[in-house]
Design a protein around this ligand. Structure first.
Ligand code: GRF
Length: 205
């Protein structure tokens, strides 16, 4: 049986194409033991159910605090003995209540080359700024938005005539390759972090 530390949860809010890429990866897919969404209608939930992966919906309560939400999320993760967490299009900001119990065990994927264009609508921001190159970043989650140490990055060229949709499609092709690879490295214990620097152990870059 897989060690408890290798149990993975994926947090989603939307369509879940990155979740799908993680589920389809032969090394990562079998480790995904839980999918949590903050939105009941998220298509990502369907993708998980189609694979027989247990799902939970944790909606924010009207007027509820962020900390209260995070503590409930922590309860869910602990009840399932989750060892690693992957944000895949999860649209909430998380705080110390849930992050501190998972130091360097929590990744996010962001559709730009951080630290450029953090936050929402990264592709729109890139187009508005007029950059020639944007890309994808997988990074550890810390208590600041789109900020933790960078695990993997890959550039995507901005082409003449690109709009948000065309750029997003090419960004997502890269995401679907990069995130399973980063997740594998995490779960296999092959990431060594020194300050902001992430070293990849044993060959693979
Ligand atoms: C991705 O572009 C990811 O970088 C961002 O949210 C999007 C989620 O897409 N954080 P999907 O739901 O995985 O298709």
């Amino acid at each position: 049986m897989r060690p408890v530390e290798a149990r993975v949860a994926v947090l989603v809010s939307g369509t879940g194409t990155n979740l799908q890429a993680l589920l389809d990866d032969p090394a990562v897919g079998p480790s995904v033991d839980l999918v949590v969404s903050d939105r009941p209608g998220a298509f990502a939930l369907q993708r998980a159910e189609d694979r027989g992966v247990p799902t939970r919906v944790l909606e924010p309560e009207p007027g509820g605090s962020r900390a209260a939400y995070d503590l409930k999320l922590l309860e869910i993760l602990r009840a399932e003995a989750i060892g690693f967490v992957l944000n895949a299009g999860f649209m909430r900001i998380l705080g110390p209540e849930v992050l501190r119990p998972y130091p360097l065990r929590w990744l996010n994927i962001h559709p730009s080359l951080l630290p450029a264009f953090p936050g929402m609508h990264a592709e729109r921001q890139a187009l508005d700024w007029g950059v020639r190159v944007t890309g994808v970043t997988v990074h550890f989650v810390d208590e600041e938005v789109d900020h933790g140490p960078i695990v993997l990055q890959e550039p995507v060229l901005v082409l003449p005539g690109d709009d948000v949709d065309s750029l997003h499609r090419r960004v997502q092709e890269v995401e679907h390759r990069l995130y399973p690879r980063a997740a594998r490295l995490l779960v296999e214990g092959r990431l060594k972090v020194e300050g902001r620097h992430v070293h990849i152990l044993e060959g693979e870059t």
